[in-house]
Design a binder for this molecule. Structure first.
Ligand code: PLP
Length: 398
């Protein structure tokens, strides 16, 4: 396997994917952002400020935890969980929100906007905005507001204005449209903190870089614990930020297999799913060229997942590229498999995962028993399940 090139190129391309498909009015803002990001990346003051916030405010480094009872019950490879669920606000999202708000401050922007699906990114953004005393507006689909009422209340307590979006399916895609519309209008004063490795350049690169800390820590921690690299890395893939953050620092380690797990919803054949690599096609959605769930005319199809955070029609462009390169494999877990895994992890380890994370846990339940006991798996435990407890309780009639 030859070493993979440093990507994206200066225009944000990951091979044939990525790029900048945005209205003219946003081009200069995105170019300014790319320039400022390059400067910040090479500025030791920016890095030390971010490192300090990640440590003292967010709670890094997160533990690499040996899931002993889960390992024993499955009877195969040793399973480690990278505990992003222990971060402040309950998921990996805060890594990116902190990085981006520091950039916004460098650019003199005092108003912060964001979209949110499950509400985790909205909460992370409202949190960093409160920390720095910035005005904050969060766009959220009205359907998602209903299924994630706890996070809506959290955002409001943090001082954010939550704007319900009722267009279309009233979920994440429509919320992103509204956030883009706001940004076009208010771009002089406003920074848009996009929540995944998605959208126009420079977001997929920038969001990835802010989450690479997950993989950098995991690499060091597994070396300390086991004296070698893992055999398999596993993560759920919505837009793909927690997955690329864990995987990226291992891309050139050819012994490490990587698997991204998408939302299989009610099953691929029913069409009610959000697994872009199962029946998706090349298309452009919300600023980037990538795999999308669309019909032959390019119309975006309806998506479905029990987890709001995986319920989106496009996948981050770098994932499309790494799939073509056969560097990352992609599989899926259904709603039912994720719900079962949610219970399994709670009962065997005392950890209630987010329903998004439960998709990755469902996959480890499938593959660990087929591996030898000397095998090592790291699963990214991307978030905690507090936000999902009432939905799961309703499902199981508890
Ligand atoms: C948002 C979210 C995801 C999905 O987003 P990615 O960008 O694919 O990581 C996964 N897990 C949790 C806990 C989330 O909050």
């Amino acid at each position: 396997m030859p070493a993979l090139p440093q990507l994206p190129d200066v225009h944000g391309h990951f091979g044939p994917y990525g790029g900048m498909f945005v209205p003219e009015t946003l081009m200069s803002a995105l170019n300014d952002l790319a320039v400022e990001y390059e400067r910040a990346k090479n500025d030791p003051i920016f890095q030390s400020e971010l490192d300090e916030l990640l440590r003292d405010f967010a709670g890094r480094p997160t533990p690499l935890y040996l899931a002993e009872r889960l390992t024993k019950n499955l009877g195969g490879a040793k399973i480690y969980l990278k505990r992003e669920d222990l971060l402040h606000t309950g998921a990996h999202k805060i890594n990116n929100a902190l990085g981006q708000i520091l950039l916004a401050r460098r650019m003199g922007k005092t108003r912060i906007i964001a979209e949110t699906g499950a509400g985790q990114h909205g909460v992370a953004t409202a949190t960093v905005a409160a920390h720095f005393g910035c005005e904050c507006v969060i766009y959220m689909g009205s359907v998602d507001m209903e299924r994630q009422a706890l996070n809506v209340a959290r955002m409001r307590f943090l001082g954010a204005t939550v704007v319900p979006v009722t267009a279309g399916q009233a979920t994440l895609k429509e919320a992103i449209n509204e956030a883009m519309r706001d940004w076009v209008t208010n771009v002089r004063t406003t920074h848009y903190i996009l929540g995944s490795a998605l959208g126009s350049h420079p977001y997929p690169m920038m969001v990835r870089d802010f989450h690479r800390v997950i993989g950098i820590e995991a690499r060091r921690q597994i070396q300390e614990r086991e004296g070698r690299l893992p055999d398999v890395l596993l993560a759920c893939v919505g837009g793909g930020s927690n997955a690329i953050g864990l995987f990226h620092p291992f891309l050139n380690d050819k012994s490490v297999r990587m698997i991204g797990v998408e939302a299989g919803g009610e099953g691929i054949r029913t069409g009610k799913h959000a697994a872009r690599f199962q029946g998706g096609r090349l298309g452009v959605l919300q600023g980037t060229k990538t795999f999308v769930l669309a019909n032959e005319d390019g119309q975006i199809e309806l998506t479905h997942s029990v987890s709001a955070g995986l319920d989106y029609a496009a996948v981050g462009p770098e994932h499309s590229y790494l799939r073509d390169q056969k560097r990352i494999e992609y599989d899926y877990a259904t709603d039912d498999e994720a719900l079962a895994a949610f219970r399994t992890l709670a009962e065997t380890e005392g950890i209630i995962p987010a329903l998004e994370t439960a998709h990755a846990i469902a996959h480890v339940i499938k593959i660990a028993p087929r591996m030898a006991p000397k095998g090592l798996i790291i699963v990214n435990c991307s978030g905690r399940g507090d936000k999902d407890v009432s939905q799961a309780a309703a499902h199981f009639s508890m």
